[in-house]
Structures are given as C-alpha cells and as structure tokens.
Ligand binder design. Sequence first.
Ligand code: UT7
Length: 330
Amino acid sequence: MSVRQTATVQTCYARLSGTGHFLPATTLTNAELEQRVDTTDSWIRERTGIQTRHIASTDESVVTMGTEAAKRALDAAGLGAADLDLIVMATTSADRAFPSAACEVQHALGVTDIPAFDVAAACSGFIFALSVAEKYIISGAAKHVLVIGSDTLSRLCRPDDRNTIVLFGDGAGAAVLSAADSPGILSTHIYSAGEFASLLGADHPNRDDEALQQEAWLYMRGREVFKVAVEKLASLVEDTLSFHDMTAQELDWLIPHQANFRIIQATAKKLGLPLEQVVMTLAETGNTSAASVPIALDWAIRDGRIQRGQTLLLEAFGGGFAWGSALIRY
Ligand code: UT7
C-alpha cells in the first residue's frame, strides 16, 4: 500500500514557492578516480553517465550545505527564515546521530521554537520529506515549510571500493512549500520495501565494535538494485499518472533521481518521454542521494527550462528500498 493524497475534499494546497541548491567547490573527476582505483573514465561514463562529482571539504557537512541551499530557496521564495513554520530535512549521512541535522540547520538560519526534524529515506528522502511537508500545509497546520535534501555519501564509500566510490557525490537541495488556494503539489506517492535491505545500505559507524567500525561502509549489489529500480520506477510513474487520469504527454518535465543514466532512460522510455524533457545533472553531480532530486529541480528552474504553470514529475528510488514520486504544477 502507498501513502497518497486524495484530492477530492481539498481546499488548501501546497505550492513550491522557492528552490535552491548548493554544491561543494571541490570536484573529483573520472580521470582522478582512475588514479585511485581500478576503473576507467569510459567504464564510468558508459555504465552510469557520470563524468565528475562534487565532494564536501572537511569544513563542509550535511548541515552547512543544507543551510546554504535553504537560504537560496528562501531568497527565491521572497521569504525569511522567520516566516517558516516547520523544517523537514532528508538525510542519511549527518555527522551526528542527534541533534537532528534539521535542528542544526534551524539554528544556523537563526530561528527557534518551530519544529525541525529529519526524515531518513536514503536517495528518496526528498520526496518523502516533501510528502510530509505537504500534509502539514494541506491540513492547515503550517503556512510555509522548508524541505531540504542534503547528503555526503562520498564519505560513506570505502576509498578503495570501485563499486561505490565512482557513483556518489555530495550536495544539498531545498524547496520552500507554501499554502496556496490552487495546486501546487497534485499528489505524492511513497513506498517502502524493507526486505531489500541486504542489497543497499550503510552500517552506522558509531557502533561499539572496532571490527564493525572498519566495515561501516556503504554496500551495494548494483546489478540487483538496478533491476528492482527500473521495475519499481516504471510502475511508480504509471500509477502516479493514472491516479490523475493523465498521460505522459501532459508532462512538461521529468525530474528523476540521478543515480544512473540507464535507469533514467528506461523510465523516460516507459513514459514515452523524449530525453529533452528529462532534467539530468548526473554527469556533473553523480548520485547525491537525498539532494539529487531537489538539485536537479532547482538547476532547471534557475536555467529557465522549468517555467511557472508547467507540470513536473519528480521520482526517486534508493536504499530501504524506498521510492516515491511527486506530481507538481509549478
Ligand atoms: O541511488 C540509489 C540507488 N542506486 C542505484 O540505482 C544504482 C543501481 N545500479 C547501477 O547503477 C549499476 O548497477 C552500477 C553502475 C552500480 C554497475 O553497473 P552494471 O552495469 O550493473 O555493472 P555490474 O555491477 O554488473 O559490473 C559489471 C562489471 C563487473 O566485472 P565482471 O564481473 O563482469 O568481470 C564489475 O566488477 O564491471 C565491474 N565494475 C567496474 N569496472 C570498472 C564494477 N565497478 C567498476 C568500476 N570500474 N568502477
């Protein structure tokens, strides 16, 4: 069963009032990776579509990157942090187990006494956080909600593991959701399947066991994850559109999770959507986990591709497994 918004009795809607993103200045190219592990630029490009990725420096973190993305989203919305009623932050790579990264961002933004909490749904975190935020707005409990996706998954990859180190980059994306009298977010659809935990995950490094600490790296059985991702995303996008009696031809943009060019291509093909209508950042960003969808969204808003009034389909798939979509009238 999925969690869905029913549109029938709605009087209050959530709209995207502003977006922002942040990428660290340091980059790590495929050519540099060739010097570190047994890989080649051509293997990485052909199998994933990634050419380079941004890597957080020692003074950057999920919190600093999330705060910067948040400031940019607030600016774009024409709002200040004091206007916020709630902060929901998607991350699975914060430096601390607690306080939550959301609380640290709240403090960095100079506000207090509003609820701030984290959501953990790995690469789908932003969609899950958006789904939560939207519920607060449509219920009338909040007027402006800050939603952030921020991750430093490059730090969870074992430095000599070519299976993972070539895939992940760091970054943050954010959106402000605001109450409106017309939609907005048309619906969100989120799903989880915990039985797949052995295919993709990362153990917590703070375990009281030295041996475990040595093994606390991100693990992924890539080929198997790939197969389930393609399958689940195909039915996800179909279900999302049929929920609204819509066809893919009514979509202006697909904004997918940036994990692998071949997965994105398969989803676009399933929809019959030309790649010109798909926002792709992965050549430059790699897989930034919970930040991936909001970075792509903001990127295409800022370069003028995404225009007000257009219809957007956001989707993501990742560890859990957890996957989800959001259909948005921007
Ligand atoms: O964001 C969360 C969700 N994650 C995903 O959606 C990721 C899903 N999976 C994938 O994107 C792909 O499975 C990968 C990009 C991770 C791997 O691509 P693949 O085409 O599935 O490759 P594979 O794992 O089947 O490996 C093919 C070969 C293997 O060698 P053998 O066994 O055929 O001799 C690997 O050992 O490629 C080898 N290989 C590499 N070679 C060069 C694996 N990693 C590398 C590498 N460089 N970095």
